[in-house]
Design a protein around this ligand. Structure first.
Ligand SMILES: Cc1cc2nc3c(=O)[nH]c(=O)nc-3n(C[C@H](O)[C@H](O)[C@H](O)COP(=O)(O)OP(=O)(O)OC[C@H]3O[C@@H](n4cnc5c(N)ncnc54)[C@H](O)[C@@H]3O)c2cc1C
Length: 429
């Protein structure tokens, strides 16, 4: 929708083709009881001024509000506020110091790794050194249900495990971060770091408001929309695109859907699917008194013995609360398909709720209602062979259909990353 809008604003005549009966994809919320709930945390996060200006212009300046960043993490029996990353201080000061020294020694010895990192086991080693290797590897398995060796490096941004680390308290960290080398290794609270990034959300409603406003924006700029339609064939030389009910000519064609489907559609092969792990999760939704819910928008659970990965307090920022003072929280549990958990998603509700209590995300002893939604596909996790397969698919598409087929980066996750990629491609300005 963003690509179609941006292209129309540049003066192109745009036809948007949507396979389903509704635009918006993952952005459509689910209705449960009297609540609208998102399919996972769905913030417009890490937006910079130009992203915000684009959205304000597209959907109206008063719709999305900057709601700030508010998160917590849980590790070694302790909750840490204001950080979604693992808090290594919970392992004790000696452990944190030794891990820091280990990473620092490695960065001094190897400022630029000679070989490209081949899979997540290399990322784990580069990121956390020997000291954090075992724990990071265990957390990778917990979050993505695959070993680090099985996963492509692009899977790294589907977890909040890598990058700057929490080893020391705020004052010490800020002091050390004055060195550019140490700044790259150590984390400190966002407000103090002085980044101008926004977390936008239509406060008090749900993403449905934005979805509708985006539909309206597409109409306003004259984007033609074909619903419940898919491309049947493409002639890259004559530049003709064929659907069930006829054909249209095109100047350029942008594939905004899933790259795995694009490969199947255009080439009839499935190398990208073979190299992707579609992660199923159970979303356990609980109704609890909102007064018992922690202030954070979400908490990431780094306890390797817990099944929960992220607990999102929908009631703190969206319309998932009622006039009786109750609201919804949602707990993500990554699972494997064809297991007892997958077949009977609500069996583990009580265990999951105990984890929510243990992390300190709620203070109430029990919940008022619960429902566990099995979601067959959440993250589309690239496996170790994905990057090579993607290069090959791009080359084959170029050979067969020419330069007028635009393919977005297949490994972006968030909207911010996707929008940055659209700018690189010239789709957005
Ligand atoms: C658990 C979870 C939490 C997340 N949280 C955040 C977050 O907080 N912030 C954030 O920025 N991102 C988040 N993301 C990522 C975010 O969901 C994606 O960036 C976003 O959904 C991408 O939008 P999209 O429209 O490109 O793709 P989708 O939402 O997948 O929509 C694709 C659309 O294309 C259509 N389509 C597909 N194939 C075809 C075809 N062949 N022909 C015609 N139509 C087709 C589909 O029907 C659909 O309407 C999260 C993801 C997950 C899994």
């Amino acid at each position: 929708m963003i690509a179609a809008y941006a292209l129309a604003k540049q003066g192109h005549s745009v036809l948007l083709v949507e396979a389903m009966s509704k635009l918006g994809g993952f952005m459509s919320p689910i209705r449960w009881r009297d609540f609208w709930i998102d399919k996972g945390p769905q913030f417009f996060d890490n937006f910079e001024d130009n992203d915000r200006a684009f959205f304000d212009e597209m959907v109206g300046a008063d719709l999305l509000e900057s709601i700030g960043f508010s998160y917590a993490s849980f590790m070694n029996g302790k909750k840490t506020d204001n950080f979604a990353i693992p808090d290594w201080r919970t392992r004790g000061p000696d452990f944190a110091k030794a891990a820091f020294a280990d990473i620092l020694a490695d960065r001094i010895a190897n400022p630029d790794p000679a070989n490209p990192l081949k899979d997540i086991s290399d990322v784990v080693m580069r990121d956390g050194g020997v000291a954090l290797n075992a724990e990071l590897s265990q957390l990778v398995r917990k979050f993505l249900r695959r070993t680090p060796e099985e996963l492509g490096t692009a899977a790294g941004h589907m977890m909040t495990l890598f990058g700057r680390k929490l080893f020391f308290d705020q004052d010490v960290s800020i002091n050390l971060k004055q060195s550019p080398l140490l700044d790259g290794i150590l984390a400190a609270e966002k407000a103090t770091v002085g980044e101008t990034r926004y977390n936008l959300y239509p406060r008090g409603t749900s993403l449905e408001t934005i979805r509708l406003a985006m539909e309206g924006a597409l109409k306003r700029v004259g984007v033609d929309v074909k619903m419940e339609t898919q491309i049947k064939a493409l002639d890259g030389h004559a530049r003709i695109c064929t659907f069930e009910e006829g054909s249209v000519g095109y100047e350029q064609i942008f594939f905004g859907g899933d790259c795995r489907e694009t490969e199947k559609q255009l080439l009839g092969t499935d190398a990208l699917s073979q190299n992707t792990h579609l992660l199923p999760e159970i979303f356990h939704c609980f109704v609890v008194p909102t007064a018992a819910v922690d202030d954070a928008y979400y908490l990431i659970d780094y306890d390797p013995n817990h099944l929960s990965t992220r607990m999102t307090n929908f009631c703190n920022y969206m319309d998932a609360r009622d006039s009786d003072g109750n609201g919804v929280i949602c707990v993500e549990q990554p699972v494997d398909r064809e297991t007892a958990e997958w077949e009977h998603p609500d069996r583990l509700q009580d265990k999951i709720f105990q984890e929510v209590r243990e992390t300190g995300n709620v203070t109430c002893d029990t919940y008022l209602a619960a429902k566990s939604f099995p979601i067959p596909v959440t993250y589309k996790v690239p496996l170790a062979g994905f990057a090579t397969a993607w290069d090959d698919v791009q080359n084959r598409i170029k050979d067969q259909f020419g330069d007028n087929v635009i393919l977005p980066d297949a490994t972006t996750l968030t909207r911010k990353q996707t929008m940055d990629n659209l700018r690189q491609l010239g789709v957005m300005q």
